[in-house]
Structures are given as C-alpha cells and as structure tokens.
Design a protein around this ligand. Sequence first.
Ligand SMILES: [Zn+2]
Length: 315
Amino acid sequence: MSDPGYEDRLQAWVGRELLTLRPGQDPVNVPMIRHWVEAMEDENPVYLDEDAARATGRDGIVAPASMLQAWTMRGYAASVSPDAGRTGSDELTDLLAEGGYTSVVATDSEFEFHRELVPGDHVGVEETLEAISPEKKTALGPGRFISTVRTYRDASGEVVATQRWRMLRFRPAEKPEPKALRPRPAINHDNEFWFAAAREHRLVIQRCADCKSLRHPPGPCCPQCGSFGWDTVESAGEGHVYTYVVNHHPRHPAFDYPLVVAVIELAEGTRLIANMTGVEPADVEIGMPVVLDWIDPDPDLSLPVFRPAAAAEES
Ligand SMILES: [Zn+2]
C-alpha cells in the first residue's frame, strides 16, 4: 500500500455503524409470505394455515425464518432515490475501492433467531462493522475479509435476530486473455486416422496396400494404381524445406506472426504443409534440413511442426 495511513483509516471503521436502524418498507404480511413459500416450494403449513400453526402450539401463522432479510430490503428504486442518502456502508465501500478492493464475494452468513416473526411485526435492521482482516492472498486475488453484525429489531426495539455476515473484498487477479484456438482442420472419414496418430505424436503416411506407394494428404484411393486398400507407415520425422512462405497478413489471433508456412518434403518422399518453429522467419531457407516436433494447440488437436535439424542437435 503506497498510503501508509490506509491501514489505520480502514481499521478506524471497526465498531462503527454501517447501516442505521430503519424500519422496513412493509410490516410482515401474508401476501409476501405466500409469494415466498410458493417460490421456495416450502409446503410447511405453519406459514399460511392458521389452524395448522395453532396445532403446533403457536398463536397463529409465522413467517419463514429465512425470509428475515426480505422484510428489511428496500428495493432498487428506494436504494437509488436521491433521498436515500449515503450510508456508512457506502463510505466503507469507497474506502475499500481506494485500496483496490473493488470486487466482492460473500463468504458466509450465520443467523441467530430470537423469536419467530408474525404478521404485523415491523422489522428493521442495523449493521456494524466487526472486523477487517489484513490483506490475504486468495484464489480470487489479494483481499480482505470483512465481518459485520446485523441486528434485526421489531418496532419496540426488541432483538428478533442477529446475523454475522462475512465477505471478501478483493482486487481481481489479472488474467491473461485466453488465446484463441487454432481453426480446426476438417476431419473426415478419409483423414481421421492421420489426426488420431498425430494426437499420439506419431506422423504417419498412408501407403497403398497393393502397389505400396506412399501418399499425402490422405485419400480413399491410390492415385498410382486405383486401389482402395491401404495401411500406414510411420515417418522417421526427417526431411527438408521444399518451399515456404512467411505469412504477415491476414492475421488470425491463434497464431504468432510472422508465421512460417512450409512445405516439408519428408525423407520418405511425401510432402506436407506445416509451420516451423525454433527459427527466425528470415533464416528459413529452401533445402534446409528439418526434424519433426509437435504442438498441442488444444486438448483434441496435435499438429506436426518442423525445426531446423541443426538447432535440434544443439538443444
Ligand atoms: Zn497403389
């Protein structure tokens, strides 16, 4: 923290009031209870059926305990009204933002209920700040745990419930933009064996089962003899640059530029198109001996690339 007084200014809030006691907009009432239990699919009859509630020893229906906060919520319109005024909570939020703690996540909430609420109760809440932790490292980013106590009171001031509320105010960790995925090759029935082998980092070449000639790219039929029978051989991964281009434009976000796109002639005789690695684009030459390497651009795609054979020997 560049401001040495920041910690003191923050800790000065401990014990201070964040929200001043103020009655909720409406008293506890049956229509709101009905909406709540329908939304929550809570079929306990003590919330809507007077007789069922009396059968449990109560004087009549009661509000669900979990509705407590609903009775004190002011709604969006009231919270942004010019009359709303700034609360201590707003000031603390600003002070935390000044320290960079601009993000928030609730961590836990503990309720203690002193009595059940019944229609006609008019509940208000006040909140005080209990503690602010030193800065902690969290998975979300460096932050401070803030603990507050909310005290819920009825119209006579009697405490009906308390709530200890903890949240993490944090500086969001900077995440690098995920790199775009490479455009996927069109994988079909004729070439899927080649990509399946590539996922195992094996560079295979299709071979005619009859005349034994090698071919690439894969295809269903031998261009030499017309046979549909084939198997594969595995390339030793050595060859040379037959020709190449250096791509500057157009750019795709998955690639680093300038991008060498080379036609590699393998020692086995077939050619394939691949990128080059481990070499400055200006240093690529036709005839340059190369060896096979692999990249795994995404979990389902591995592709052969080639690096200069000399560089491979040095590394
Ligand atoms: Zn053939």
